[in-house]
Ligand binder design. Structure first.
Ligand SMILES: [Zn+2]
Length: 336
């Protein structure tokens, strides 16, 4: 059971709220059963642990909305240094992930979680895609075990997929082989049963997160996965618009921009959030900036990101006032 706690004499207490509510005078803050019970000039009570916060500021812990903890051991790999995303994925994680032992994976998770905890983060959403049909250890269980050791609230975004991104013709290592959609969903149900706590203050959550649509699963599978997730009361998460090449590949394959593709397979809504959004052109920036000026990270953290994505999917470029009718009919690239 969490010990009752009184934090005293803080220089400031910040709430994360807007306007005058952003800062409350305190200077003391009482925690009962893991929740804030009172703020003000408080008198210590019997059995209460006390912390002197003189000269310190109290503020809400950070919420991490996307991570790949297993990559903590791969930082600094000389083969991938200075590479852009796609070459780096091939050079480092795709090459080294299949070689990871259970201890390697556990150590990587522990390092990443420690870095986050030391940075003031108390909630971690890890997009873990180290899964394969015959993997001899349970990466999901390891992540929950390690997060619990630090007292962190942990959302496991269960990645993986049924398609491999390895170059055509190359042999895929056993520990990186894709799953069947049946195998993927069977494990989702197991994880939901064993770990998911939907309570508002639950410390463990399962999120359904095929690694990168549509590269990791076919559209019909993504649609089925979303339906099963919603039936289980689980949220959805994935990558989107990682690079301009990704954007162009999705458009070439499906004739729509990535956000619209996600809309066609039921992957937009208040229960979906995405990571790695990147924009490099004016039209792309324009759409990704709508409708709020806050950063994508902030939007994801507050849940506004899903709504922004939906509005983005509906957005169409305004009619151009071009001196040439032919150029007006030939936009070079779709907006994102
Ligand atoms: Zn990512």
């Amino acid at each position: 059971m969490t010990q009752d706690l009184l934090i005293r004499n803080a220089t400031a207490i910040l709430t994360g709220l807007k306007g005058d509510a952003a800062r409350v005078p305190g200077p003391d803050l009482r925690i009962r059963a893991g929740k804030i019970a009172a703020i003000g000039a408080l008198t210590p009570e019997p059995g209460e642990r006390q912390i002197d916060a003189g000269g310190c500021v109290i503020y809400p812990a950070w919420v991490n909305t996307h991570h790949h903890l297993f990559q903590s051991l791969l930082k600094g790999d000389p083969v991938g240094l200075n590479a852009t995303l796609t070459p780096w994925l091939t050079a480092t994680p795709m090459r080294l992930r299949p070689l990871m032992t259970e201890n390697d994976f556990r150590l990587a998770a522990r390092i990443g979680l420690l870095e986050l905890a030391l940075s003031g983060c108390a909630t971690v959403a890890d997009h873990n895609y180290h899964y394969a049909p015959d993997l001899p250890y349970d990466t999901s269980a390891i992540l929950f075990e390690e997060a619990a050791k630090f007292g962190l609230r942990f959302a496991l975004c269960r990645g993986g997929g049924t398609l491999s991104r390895a170059p055509a013709g190359s042999e895929v290592p056993v520990a990186a082989r894709p799953e069947t959609v049946e195998g993927f969903l069977k494990d989702i149900r197991r994880l939901a049963r064993e770990f998911h706590d939907p309570a508002p203050d639950g410390m463990q959550r399962i999120v359904v997160a095929p690694t990168t649509p549509p590269h990791s699963m076919r559209p019909d599978e993504l649609r089925e996965v979303a339906s099963v997730a919603r039936g289980l009361g689980l949220r959805l998460h994935s990558h989107l618009n990682e690079t301009v090449q990704y954007h162009d590949a999705v458009h070439q394959q499906h004739r729509v921009k990535p956000v619209q593709f996600c809309e066609t397979i039921g992957w937009l809504g208040e229960d979906v959030w995405y990571a790695h959004w990147s924009s490099s052109t004016r039209t792309r920036s324009r759409c990704s900036a709508r409708p709020a000026p806050a950063s994508p990270i902030a939007r994801k953290a507050t849940g506004v990101w899903a709504a922004a994505s939906r509005r983005c999917a509906r957005w169409r470029p305004p009619a151009r006032r071009s001196p040439s009718a032919s150029t007006a009919r030939l936009p070079t690239k779709p907006p994102t």
